[in-house]
Design a protein around this ligand. Structure first.
Ligand code: ZN
Ligand code: ZN
Length: 443
């Protein structure tokens, strides 16, 4: 007996007048169990056929087909390869539920029988391996399962389900593209937005929530440090961009350590530095590539401004003329705003998850410095409150083994990340269903 059935049985035994009469969790458990074999086959097929961001043709069509078969009204090609599925069920709120569907250029090393062997030519023309290394195939399968269960339980909720099949999450482009293509004008406007993301640290069968900031602002910044090149033996006749770039790299570290409150998290990482060709040639330029992370809009704006100021100031200190100061470019296309879980919505969702899964299956998670473009759905003028729920995907015995041996578990995006499908998908569907039945409860 799983913990939910146990909880239902206990409540029955205790004679709770409210919950004793509600056999919905047990009914949903039966429906999820009955749906699982087909969902498992669907998952394995998606896993074996991953598609890169902006190339999700087959995946989007497969999910759309299943949602249509479940009785939803499906519109394809929204914001590229996105799809939107609507299920209207009387008067009530509109609940947006989102699954992302894209994969990553990673060569799978899980050894699973349904492991991806796919290689494709990417949009830049390079041949790359492809793998669902972030579990977006889990998300797509959970969305289909949730649609099937909720479509068969129309007598138990009222309102509108707005299911969003989102491409290009890994590039931070898909949510924006769907919004720009009329997600909030061509379709019912949501009152809440919920998404699940699998977790490479939580045990399968559990879920995690956090109120407030859950994921970070992500910004990419490219810097071209310009100098005046020349012979390595005559530095007095040059302005050396290698030395200047080295100064800039170190000075940038003071943005977090000296300019930002320790109570406001931020990260400045220079992940790439390239310049020069030969020991005895002082080059004309050095290129730096940075990732910046933060939670609040104010820290984000300050960090970007400080990068610009430090680059300019260090170059002036090095004697560069105005027309040779560093060029600082914030790559807008790759930016993702932080994900803020609406506290009231998150508390309500946590209550539903605790009632359905049991308190021991619902944990409070830490905020992360990773990014998630689900945030975009809450960043429009409509200010839709949103909540991103994490779903455990790791076999509990693997977590115990990692604790014993000290060998870390594969992270998301690892070639060895292998979610354990059955408990992850079943818990994902149950959690999504519980959330929907709570937020769309009949008055
Ligand atoms: Zn990812
Ligand atoms: Zn992901």
């Amino acid at each position: 007996m799983n913990s939910r059935l146990l909880a239902a049985a206990l409540l029955l035994a205790l004679g709770s007048p409210l919950l004793a009469a509600d056999e919905t969790p047990a009914l949903v458990a039966r429906k999820v169990a009955a749906a699982y074999p087909a969902l498992d086959a669907f998952y394995q097929d998606l896993h074996a056929h991953p598609e890169l961001s902006l190339m999700e043709v087959r995946t989007a069509a497969a999910v759309a087909r299943e949602l249509r078969a479940a009785g939803l009204e499906v519109t394809e090609h929204v914001g590229g390869h996105g799809a939107v599925a609507v299920l209207k069920n009387g008067t009530g709120p509109v609940l947006l539920m989102r699954a992302d569907i894209d994969a990553l250029p990673v060569a799978e090393e899980t050894g699973l029988p349904y492991a991806s062997k796919v290689r494709v030519t990417d949009l830049a023309g390079a041949e790359v391996p492809v793998m669902h290394a972030c579990g977006h195939d889990i998300h797509a399968t959970v969305l289909v399962g949730t649609a099937q269960v909720l479509a068969s339980l129309r007598d138990r909720w009222a309102g509108t389900l707005l299911l969003v099949v989102q491409p290009a999450e890994e590039r931070g482009l898909g949510a924006t593209a769907m919004l720009a293509d009329g997600l909030y004008s061509r379709f019912p406007q949501p009152d809440f937005a919920v998404a699940e993301h699998d977790s490479a640290t939580l045990p399968a069968g559990t879920v995690g929530t956090i109120e407030g900031y859950a994921m970070a602002n992500v910004d990419w910044v490219d810097i071209t440090v310009r100098g005046i090149g020349g012979h390595g033996a005559y530095p007095q006749n040059t302005k050396d961009p290698v030395v200047l770039a080295a100064r800039i790299v170190l000075a940038l570290q003071t943005i977090v350590s000296r300019e930002t409150s320790p109570l406001n998290p931020a990260v400045v990482t220079v992940g790439s530095i390239h310049g020069g060709t030969k020991p005895n040639v002082i080059p004309d330029e050095v290129k730096l590539r940075l990732t910046l992370r933060s939670y609040s809009d104010a820290v984000r704006a300050h960090t970007i401004e400080a990068v610009r100021r430090i680059c300019r100031g260090e170059a002036i200190a090095a004697g560069l003329p105005e027309d040779r100061l560093p060029v600082v470019t914030v790559i807008e296309d790759e930016a993702t705003p932080s994900t803020y879980n609406d506290p009231a919505l998150t508390r309500r969702i946590r209550g539903a998850l605790t009632a359905w899964l049991g308190a021991d299956q619902v944990t409070t998670i830490e905020p992360e410095m990773g990014g998630e473009d689900f945030s975009q759905f809450g960043r429009t003028a409509e200010k839709v409150p949103l909540c991103l729920v994490r779903v455990g995907a790791v076999a509990p015995e693997k977590i115990a083994e990692s604790a014993r041996t000290g060998v870390p578990l594969p992270t998301l995006h690892s070639s060895k990340f292998a979610p354990v499908p059955e408990p992850t998908i079943k818990t994902g569907v149950t959690a999504m269903t519980a959330i929907a039945l709570d937020l769309l409860a009949k008055k």
